[in-house]
Design a protein around this ligand. Sequence first.
Ligand SMILES: [Zn+2]
Length: 226
Amino acid sequence: MLRDFKNFLFPKLCACCESALQTNEVLICTYCRHELPLYPNFFDGDHHLHKILYGRVLLDQAASLFYFEKKGIIQNLIHDLKYKGNKEVSFHLGEWLGDILQETGWQDKIDIVIPVPLHKQRMRERGYNQVEGFGRAIAEALSAEFNSHLLKRKSFSKTQVFKNRLARTDVVQNHFYVRGENDLRHQNVLLVDDLVTTGATLEACYLALKTAGVEKLNIATIAITT
Ligand SMILES: [Zn+2]
């Protein structure tokens, strides 16, 4: 009763369209849930990530929950996740994909789930990594470990960033590192990210993970541009 009243005064809003949620709806309204552009090839070798990262990353398996469409509800959803502090959405999407991955037998293939780390300054501004909940929920579904401390992003001064823009390889090779010498050796890693566009960030993470002796790299993302 009290909850209904509170909900009446401060209705919870859909993370995609911002309409008031009904009591039986969780985070995303029924309409948007049906409209969201689900990525169909969850587990086969035709996943678009294999094409994007071809020749750059030795990728084992890839999965994405949605296609990214500009101006679509998925753009609102990612925006909500990044800028409005909607951590619950991140976890919820992880549960969604986690269930699918579990059904397709991924739980035997992943030892540890690692999120793409944020810049330190971003982290300070935002207070959380928007992909952490997503990764945690997937790790739970697959009975894998979750660790957001092993893969780190280096911080650069503005001049360094500018110089690196001129030389793309520097960006790719030097932006990430793994803390802890042997923690990832021979591990099957699932790297998680929110949205993939060029794959440059994933490639940079891969190089750091490879140096740390990771056995197999798998990637799961909330959305992917195609
Ligand atoms: Zn909605």
